[in-house]
Design a protein around this ligand. Structure first.
Ligand code: 13P
Length: 250
């Protein structure tokens, strides 16, 4: 059974203008262990320019959301096909900020995953419990339900990635204990293998939430952690490359 290639992905959220492309270029010029995949996901407006700035580098470029339909009367939305045309190869879907602020349900996320696959994008599907759910002892139930309902059957024949991001760890400086991260990742792995067999065994399961250069190495060494989804610390190339340096190739 091949281990998945680790992926370190930066989620720039609603940060990034032309001036930020220098940071992306600096990531592109960085070095990292063989077999580690590195991606940056800027706002949709910056994808095309970032893809151009990173042409010739090994850095992948991704979106942060897409609409389920390829086109239509959906003011303000961007389709998966549009992201792909702009130069994206991946797309983050079901981030907790979108689930919370835009009312995205697991069914919405599953429809977006279908759209990403249709457009040839690799989805990074996010799951994670709230603080109340963790304190109520429901974390494993919540994330395994989210991963089951947010992934359509069709992913089994495409590359896809799952990201575990506890809502209470995002942007707070808090992280779960390494044992708690391992417990969630093991539960997600079991759910993925039960559903998709060998394919489920090869899916990278990222951890996200307050990953920094100082804690990346120990988090990335946790069994079943196949990379990181990084918010704030991905905005500066030096920090992001410090995190990437903590990954070891498959
Ligand atoms: P922070 O790394 O800023 O906590 O954000 C994590 C995140 O939401 C990545 O998608």
């Amino acid at each position: 059974m091949n281990a998945p290639a680790p992926l370190i992905a930066g989620n720039w959220k609603m940060h990034g203008t032309d001036a930020s492309l220098a940071e992306a270029r600096a990531v592109g010029e960085g070095a990292w262990p063989d077999g580690v995949r590195v991606a940056l996901c800027p706002p949709a407006t910056l994808i095309e320019r970032m893809a151009r700035a990173l042409a010739g580098s090994k850095v992948l470029v991704g979106g942060q959301d897409c609409h389920p339909e390829p086109q239509g009367a959906h003011t303000g939305d961007v389709s998966a096909e549009m992201l792909a045309e702009a130069g994206a190869q991946l797309v983050i879907l079901g981030h907790s900020e979108r689930r919370a602020a835009h009312g995205e349900t697991d069914a919405t996320v599953a429809a977006k995953v279908e759209a990403a696959l249709r457009a040839g994008l690799e989805p990074i599907v996010c799951v994670g419990e709230t603080l109340a759910e963790r304190e109520g002892g429901q974390a494993l139930d919540v994330v395994t339900r989210q991963v089951r309902l947010s992934l359509p059957d069709s992913v089994s024949t495409h590359p896809f990635t799952v990201a575990y991001e506890p809502v209470w760890a995002i942007g707070t400086g808090l992280t779960p204990s390494l044992a708690d991260i391992e417990a969630v990742h093991r539960a997600l792995r079991t759910a993925l293998v039960d559903r998709f067999g060998e394919t489920g065994a090869r899916v990278a399961i990222l951890y996200g939430g307050s990953v920094k250069p100082a804690n990346a190495r120990e988090i990335l060494a946790v069994p079943e952690v196949g990379g990181a989804l990084v918010g704030g610390a991905s905005l500066k190339a030096a920090d992001f490359l410090g995190i990437v340096a903590g990954a070891s190739g498959a």
